[in-house]
Design a protein around this ligand. Structure first.
Ligand code: ZN
Ligand code: ZN
Length: 422
């Protein structure tokens, strides 16, 4: 069934576009953030997302938001920097702004990010400059990002169809058709194209939780992935904890950090990953596209990395720091997820990572370690949790992937066959 057919099966199709947008906004505030009365909201969005931002702002104030503040980004202004800025610009990031946002989070604000920037925006720019700008932004953003990765605050990400993104996803279509198609794909994938999206999310969250509880009961010591070009053993961190669906943030508020979300994920052991793995989908990273990634791991470290496009970007990325060559996340997603079934390649990790089982290079989530929130960097490293400035997910699962759970005594048990839960 195509995305269009799935949308057409429900009354959702009869709504006006504004009503559909309003549904997504409601899900973002009610389900994604679980926004509390009296809570401040800090939002970031591309300029083209203003209509969605306004809907979200309305729902936030109806939910009792203290104040909603939005930071807009603009793709052509980003490109102007690459064209005209002095070289020193690429090692600079506004630490003062990131610090202020971190202060906002610490004083109780929730965070909502709207994805929608052109995934190929920086594809033609100097990879060295792109990498430098990313490192500067990651360093400056660390205090705010840590509050997010440690789930100390309630946060979520939702998507907005924008013309440049839509043209990349649906090449050859006129702009208005491409945008409409991308919106449909976003509504279906985000599970808002149903009669009662808030109830749908409640049920979907419960299903993810059941799977997560099963994996946490099993306490596997490793996962073994086998598929075309892939024979990979991912050892799991000693005190690993599986997560999926909603999270109770440190501030006590229950949120769905990603809309959509289809994954159960945990922390690999940074020194216990061995074998070869081939990506099953292209990776869109900070404006560049990396295709046909193939890597080999030895004792947790990538020792060989190739790609048919963007290989230079890939090698710079994994060279960011020592942790950039190691895994910080492993996630299981069935091939029957609505995103995989849509057959759409979104060129956006928020969607594509929920279409397939995946691994992430770089920073591990301390919330995926038992007691991890209270551990310092040394303690986290001791149980095998990786540390890095980067966290980049890439897709390895497909309808041809088998996954086994391996127990401490070496026995293995089938978890997925041909991409589906056993
Ligand atoms: Zn993930
Ligand atoms: Zn991830």
């Amino acid at each position: 069934m195509s995305v269009m057919e799935m949308a057409a099966k429900t009354k959702f199709a009869d709504l006006t576009f504004d009503q559909k947008l309003d549904r997504l906004a409601e899900v973002a505030v009610q389900v994604g953030l679980g926004l509390r009365a009296g809570q401040e909201l800090i939002m970031s969005a591309p300029l083209e997302a203003a209509p969605l931002v306004r809907r979200i702002t309305e729902h936030a104030y109806k939910a009792g938001a203290l104040l909603v503040t939005t930071f807009y980004s603009d793709d052509p202004s980003v490109l102007a920097r690459y064209e005209y800025a002095a070289d020193a610009s690429f090692d600079y990031a506004p630490t003062w702004l990131h610090d202020a946002i971190a202060a906002g989070f610490r004083s109780g604000a929730a965070r909502l990010a709207i994805a929608g920037a052109n995934p190929a925006l920086l594809a033609k720019q100097d990879p060295a400059r792109v990498a430098r700008a990313n490192v500067a932004a990651s360093k400056a953003g660390k205090p705010a990002m840590e509050l997010i990765t440690r789930h100390e605050i309630n946060w979520t990400i939702v998507a907005c169809a924008t013309p440049e993104w839509a043209k990349l996803v649906f090449p050859g279509e006129p702009e208005n058709v491409a945008v409409a198609k991308l919106w449909d794909a976003i509504f279906v994938s985000s599970r808002v194209a149903v009669e009662d999206p808030v109830q749908e999310w409640r049920e979907h969250g419960a299903r993810l939780k059941k799977r997560m509880d099963m994996l946490n009961t099993k306490r596997f010591s490793a996962l073994h992935f086998k598929g075309p070009g892939t024979d990979l053993t991912v050892g799991l961190a000693d005190e690993h904890l599986w997560a999926g669906g909603g999270t109770a943030a440190g501030n006590g508020i229950y949120c769905q950090p990603n809309i959509p979300t289809e994954e159960c994920f945990t922390t690999p052991h940074k020194d216990r990953v061995n074998g070869t793995v081939r990506a099953s989908k292209p990776l869109s990273h900070q404006g560049t596209l990396i295709e046909n990634i193939a890597v080999r791991f030895e004792n947790g470290r990538i020792v060989e990395a190739t790609a048919t496009a963007g290989e230079d970007v890939l090698n710079r990325l994994i060279s960011t720091d020592d942790g950039g060559r190691r895994l910080g996340e492993v996630a299981l997603v069935p091939h029957s997820s609505p995103i995989a079934q849509s057959g759409v390649l979104f060129w956006n990790t928020l969607f594509d990572e929920n279409a397939a089982s995946h691994i992430a290079l770089g920073q591990a989530y301390s919330t995926c370690i038992i007691g991890g929130e209270k551990m310092d960097a040394e303690q986290l490293a001791a149980v095998g949790a990786n540390a890095s400035l980067i966290h980049v997910d890439w897709m390895i699962g497909s309808g041809e992937m088998d996954v086994d759970g391996v127990t401490a005594d070496g026995a293995s048990e089938p978890l997925m066959r041909k991409g589906e839960w056993v």
